[in-house]
Write a new protein. Structure first.
Length: 441
């Protein structure tokens, strides 16, 4: 346990000598889930305006609420610069806080593409000035995100940036991918691949199979994903070093390949999205463009297999792939509507509910997928919930049923809006309390 026995006595003495005007609130009977220390106990926690003063085994019964670290969402589209009609830094980061996400990995398919260190630093600082979630910029692997010629990784390394992606597209050129692995290995850098064989996915809108037949639109096969996973792993295998992360995997075969490569000693990880865990292709058949995403929602058989693989520990992170679009781009016919849904506010409830109920995973293992898992992949600080650490934590009710009726995002493209969800973020602290019961404090 963190600092339970002897240090607590000291803490209590410290509190007694503090000035009278410091308000200390006791969160009673909360289940503290801390993946850093593998701590999972029902405790009472004393919180001042900027830190935890003490943590003790609960004196009374459990409240049923969870106290967890602020979440790290390693795959977020903030749409700035260039697409501010869909999202701004402020609206995106407010949606993040409302979802309990205190650190976001910002994807580079902006306009212009995020391929310069100057722009990455400006965005990070602009994010910081808002006093909301931290931004970890994830710039392009290749210039102009064109998939051909690598950016100058060293320029980014000087600013402490080590993770790169051409997300929205794969890194098209084998040579560029090879160069990226070799160059990034010098400073523990990472390539995050959006795995897709573009020629196989081109023109497709939904899963190849029942969804493509029933909607009469062109399908995208799972092989369009896992054949690119295979290509990337083969290139990495021939390099002397390098790290690869495969994002938003929708095919069990992709995850199997990642796990096989990991067992063979390669530094390969992957994430899945909450919507691929919760929904199958029936959703796009029933709801149309609002449930159109890339990769598409797959068959129920694939979804079930992925849940099994989650339980077996084959997946390192869950990431939202928060992809805001204006109403006009999601109300087009299925074949031409934009791909993607917003997901920052629904990531925690959807993930916890489906992995508890359908995969039988432990709460601590689920929270790991949303905190230490992604943080270790993108080399960011792992949020800790402990005495005298800066506040970075979320109070979550895993049982609470609530109507997801409004969003802080500038866009509202998600099939979950208007639905009853199970599990609600009640409060969020980041340096101090920021969010409580649906409103910013
Ligand atoms: Zn992507």
């Amino acid at each position: 346990m963190l600092q339970m026995a002897e240090p607590f006595k000291k803490m209590e003495r410290t509190i007694q000598t503090e000035t009278m005007d410091e308000t200390i609130e006791i969160l009673r009977g909360v289940r503290l889930l801390n993946p850093i220390t593998n701590f999972d106990e029902v405790v009472d926690v004393a919180v001042s305006k900027d830190s935890i003063k003490w943590i003790k085994i609960a004196s009374g019964k459990s409240s049923g609420l969870w106290l967890i670290p602020g979440l790290v969402d390693m795959h977020v589209h903030l749409r700035t610069p260039g697409y501010e009609e869909a999202e701004t830094l402020e609206t995106g980061l407010k949606a993040a806080i409302a979802g309990g996400v205190t650190c976001v990995g910002m994807m580079p398919n902006t306009s212009p593409p995020l391929d310069s260190a100057e722009l990455a630093v400006v965005l990070k600082l602009q994010g910081e000035s808002l006093g909301l979630s931290a931004i970890e910029p994830i710039p392009c692997v290749t210039k102009d995100r064109a998939g051909l010629q690598c950016v100058n990784f060293q320029e980014f390394a000087k600013s402490g940036i080590s993770c790169f992606s051409d997300d929205g597209s794969p890194v098209q050129s084998d040579e560029a991918l090879n160069e990226a692995f070799s160059s990034l290995a010098l400073f523990n850098g990472l390539v995050i691949e959006h795995p897709e064989v573009s020629s196989m996915a081109a023109g497709g809108a939904v899963n190849l199979g029942r969804a493509s037949r029933e909607t009469g639109t062109q399908g995208i096969p799972e092989s369009a994903e896992f054949l690119d996973v295979k290509r990337c792993i083969n290139i990495l295998r021939k390099c002397s070093g390098g790290r690869l992360h495969l994002t938003h995997l929708s095919s069990p075969e992709s995850i199997r390949l990642v796990h096989e490569a990991f067992l063979n000693g390669l530094d390969v990880t992957c994430d899945v999205t909450p919507h691929h865990l919760v929904l199958n292709e029936q959703e796009v058949i029933d709801s149309g463009p609002i449930a159109k995403m890339n990769p598409p929602l797959r068959s129920e058989e694939s979804r079930k297999k992925i849940l099994e693989m989650m339980k077996s520990g084959f997946v390192t992170a869950v990431a939202s792939d928060h992809a805001p679009h204006p109403h006009s781009k999601k109300t087009l016919p299925l074949s031409s509507a934009a791909f993607g849904i917003i997901g920052l506010e629904t990531m925690l409830p959807l993930t916890v509910d489906v992995l508890l109920r359908e995969a039988g995973m432990s709460p601590l293992d689920i929270i790991r997928l949303l905190t230490t898992g992604p943080a270790s992949v993108i080399n960011t600080v792992v949020p800790d919930v402990d005495v005298n650490k800066p506040l970075n934590m979320v109070l979550f009710d895993p049982q609470r049923k609530w109507l997801y009726s409004d969003t802080f995002s500038k866009s509202s493209n998600t099939p979950f809006l208007g639905q009853m969800l199970t599990g609600r973020v009640l409060r969020v602290w980041l340096k101090h309390e920021l969010f409580r019961e649906g409103e910013f404090v």
